[in-house]
Design a binder for this molecule. Structure first.
Ligand SMILES: [Zn+2]
Length: 314
């Protein structure tokens, strides 16, 4: 077994054997283990980089097309992303640091487009050239294709760096956090969001919880694991948020009915008419509405299915 990312311990116990339930990119079986020392969950062994690429469908990011279903989906995405925009806007205001915002793993750039509309200077970074192109052409956001460690970005230039659902996907999260530390100005803010494996949804649904997302999620952090990891890279944790309008209710809907997940249907290229697409989107949305009381309750108890942390570079 590999050593634990957080505590270095080689001892671990196997929890689940699972395959790609959501996007069905492979039939391979993977093992999720829990560290015997600190309890951090991870895939073991970690897939090699060349292998990992195969588990990301080529249309993994969101690219709005001119159909009415897609327009409806973009309007919905904008609505639920306001939550992220508010969290980051407050971090920027309270930091008092001036400078651009960098979003790592920017995908199609919708979040950055919204921040740009709010008067912020923004830069996007994504592994996918196609995603960076969409961010540029659709959201008018300057975007770079590359990984954070080798990106052609100036050290000490950024007021804030956001990483929404990035750290659980990378083989070396510490390298990502250290790079973010180097790129931020003193007093600048890191905002990182991941699923939270300490959530009630995981306790209730076990391996059916979409937060595990085997094999794309290499680490299954609990909020406490993520905070420890961020602090070990030189940051000071300031704020935690356990509820996300975009992620928590819809995530539960996808756990219960993965076949309705809009992104899974798109990435698997499920053939469906425009009407069928709207019906399935609405069914997914209705399930998310039903999940709302539960997801609000777990978040109020500090056990929401995602965790967003604001941390400061001293
Ligand atoms: Zn450990």
């Amino acid at each position: 077994m590999s050593a634990c990312l957080l505590c270095g311990s080689p001892s671990a116990t196997a929890l689940y054997r699972a395959t790609d339930r959501l996007y069905r990119t492979t039939q391979r079986i993977f093992t999720v283990v829990r560290c015997g020392e600190c309890g951090l969950m991870r895939l073991d062994p970690l897939p090699e980089p060349a292998e990992l690429v195969q588990y990301y469908p080529e249309n993994y990011w969101f690219a709005p097309d001119p159909t009415s279903a897609a327009r409806l989906e973009e309007a919905y995405r904008r609505l639920v992303l306001r939550d992220h925009a508010r969290f980051v806007g407050r971090a920027l205001r309270e930091s008092g640091v001036r400078g651009p915002l960098l979003d790592v793993g920017c995908g199609g750039g919708l979040f950055l487009g919204m921040m740009r509309e709010r008067g912020r200077s923004v830069v996007g970074l994504d592994n996918s050239a196609a995603a960076a192109r969409i961010a540029w052409s659709r959201q008018h956001v300057p975007a770079v294709c590359g990984d954070l460690e080798h990106a052609p970005l100036e050290a000490g230039a950024f007021a804030a760096i956001t990483m929404f659902h990035v750290l659980e996907h990378v083989r070396d999260p510490r390298a990502y956090l250290s790079s973010a530390h180097r790129l931020l100005k003193p007093g600048g803010r890191l905002i990182a969001q991941t699923p939270d494996a300490a959530c009630w949804q995981f306790r209730l649904l076990g391996r059916a919880w979409t937060g595990l997302d085997v094999p794309r999620h290499l680490f299954d952090f609990r909020a406490s694991d993520l905070a420890l990891l961020i602090e070990s890279c030189g940051f000071q944790v300031l704020r935690r948020k356990h509820f996300s309008w975009r992620d928590n209710p819809a995530g539960m809907s996808s756990s219960v009915a993965p076949g309705l997940d809009p992104m899974a249907r798109r990435t698997r290229r499920v053939p469906e008419s425009s009407a069928a697409r709207i019906v399935k989107d609405l069914a997914h949305f209705a399930l998310a509405v039903c999940a709302l009381p539960f997801t609000l309750a777990e978040a109020a108890a500090g056990a929401g299915s995602t965790i967003m942390i604001e941390a400061r570079k001293p």
